[in-house]
Design a protein around this ligand. Sequence first.
Ligand SMILES: C[S@@+](CC[C@H](N)C(=O)[O-])C[C@H]1O[C@@H](n2cnc3c(N)ncnc32)[C@H](O)[C@@H]1O
Length: 386
Amino acid sequence: MSNQEEIQRCPYAAYCGGCTMQGIDYQEQLKRKQEKMNSLFGSLFLPLAIKGAKEPLHYRNKVQFTFGKDEKGRIFLGNYAPDSHILIPVKDCLICDEEAVKIAQSVCTLANRYRISIFNEHTYKGALRHILIRTTSLEETMVVLVSGSPHIYHEEELVRDLLKKHPSIKTVVKNLNSRHTSMILGEKNITLYGKGYITDELLGCRFRISPSSFYQVNKTQTAVLYQTAIDFADLKGEETLLDTYCGTGTIGILMSKKAKKVIGVEINPSAVKDAVRNAKNNHIDNIEFLCDDAGRFMRRMASSKRKIDAVVMDPPRSGSDETFLRSLCQLSPKKVIYISCGPETLRRDLNYLVKRGYKIEKLQPVDMFPYTDHVECVVLMSRVEK
Ligand SMILES: C[S@@+](CC[C@H](N)C(=O)[O-])C[C@H]1O[C@@H](n2cnc3c(N)ncnc32)[C@H](O)[C@@H]1O
């Protein structure tokens, strides 16, 4: 069956806001994304041809659903319709890992069997709220049961039955979230089974992933994205490199093999913990990680007058901030590699840097999110010599 036929089979296309490019042939999607990037960046720099995905379906290694109850009192899993609070029942997802969706449905079946309470968005009472499942290339699966209450009735039976049915599950975590928020995860994690994390293998390194650490969601395109950044950095072994907004340290660790020294900075303490562990597990000793705001860190680096050869920056969709960008220009590294999942904020930040002594050398769009309108970009910039 072709991608086109399969995507049109999705019964939720009309309601679920997940895939905004439903029913469009994959090559056509790439063409539209390319046109969008050309028109957004064209006046600044013409992007290279987008790197499309070899596997545009079932690529998501991170799957999440919300628990709801129908009029007959049956528990179901669903997604909120776009810009609404209407929970649409969803039993399958054509861009999600297939085993992860099966595991989510098993949890739902068990929740019905054991009559587990569901979190009520109005009263803020009840247990099961969301389910989050992450999978890795090593076939390790993490199940996170997000609960509004510290007690999930029949929790032990649920975990026992789930492990029996799905041997790929290596850890089950209960995450507590009873707050009035659209964020899926709360702050506290309690490990119910296994180590509380799973491990992925990517470009020859192993990475540990905890429930709340950022990790790229596309199983196959992440390697393409990172390899592009590695090629753009073109390190020779003598450079000092900053990996800013580093998450679990993936990019810095992969680049450390060709650098003299790497410093990573990240605001999420659990991601920093993973990063430190990842460096150790990969036997890398020329890298250190700091838990700090990237802007504040860059300001300190700029005033220390330390010589930095290259900076990798991979901020969230909202882009970077003025403190970071101003300090980056002061620090004045020869190369900046900017990885972005927010083309509009990337355009804004590139504009800032171009006006203050940087030149765009390459701009590479990578399709990390087939069937949605999101596009990731990697940009190589160089300092203009005066
Ligand atoms: C797009 S992710 C990139 C992570 C990592 N480079 C990777 O590829 O896995 C952005 C990261 O920036 C972190 N972050 C967000 N705001 C930050 C800030 N002000 N200072 C430092 N890190 C921040 C997030 O926690 C997240 O890990």
